[in-house]
Design a protein around this ligand. Structure first.
Ligand SMILES: Cc1cc2nc3c(=O)[nH]c(=O)nc-3n(C[C@H](O)[C@H](O)[C@H](O)COP(=O)(O)O)c2cc1C
Length: 173
């Protein structure tokens, strides 16, 4: 099978990670794949913030739990690495650009046997005081929204594929 399609077909959202950290060489490839994603008008006004500190990931999960009223166990699945994709609020392609980068990240990770999952919860709460203070301490610009995050790590166990819906492709010839 075509290698790119094979990689796409075997990617899953992974929600259970080993605590062992991924290798720096693997992280470099994942980030390279991310920054080579397309961006509207080639603005590249995004920032990739990589958090590999367990306490800092937990402190982010805590402010998210508090802001959204999530249960005490919610922690982005406790990944060893969290990549936060943020973009300038004024960029109307901000979400689309970050989404392209995230999919590149997921696919590169999968090709290395590394699991990943989109974490969606930050985009509506970035300007809440406690959340913004923490984002600032992570070096995320004040004018940025975190549109999505990737939890990343070696998978702990297998994840089944979801069936895809039929009837969603239409041809006009
Ligand atoms: C925009 C978007 C937001 C998502 N948010 C979350 C999330 O916050 N938490 C989560 O566990 N999965 C999240 N996911 C992952 C989806 O649940 C997952 O892609 C879907 O169930 C299909 O499964 P698959 O990725 O294994 O093919 C998100 C995916 C997308 C594209």
């Amino acid at each position: 099978m075509n290698e790119v399609l094979q990689n796409i077909l075997t990617r899953r959202s992974v929600r259970k990670f080993k605590q062992e950290q991924i290798k720096d060489e693997e992280l470099d490839l994942i980030l390279k794949a991310g920054v080579y994603a397309p961006s509207g008008m080639n603005k590249q006004s995004w920032q990739f913030t990589v958090v590999q500190n367990k306490e800092k990931i937990e402190s982010l999960a805590k402010v998210v739990r508090e802001a959204l009223g999530r249960d005490a166990g919610y922690n982005f699945y406790a990944p060893p690495t969290l990549i936060m994709l943020s973009n300038d609020k004024e960029n109307t392609n901000g979400l689309a650009d970050c989404s392209c980068a995230l999919e590149n990240i997921f696919l590169m990770a999968n090709s290395l046997g590394i699991g990943s999952c989109w974490i969606n919860q930050l985009k509506t709460i970035c300007d809440e005081k406690e959340v913004r203070e923490l984002l600032t301490s992570f070096g995320i610009p004040e004018n940025h929204i975190v549109w999505g995050m990737a939890s990343i790590g070696y998978p702990d166990g297998e994840t089944k594929a979801h069936d895809r819906k039929d009837g969603i492709i239409k041809f006009v010839k």
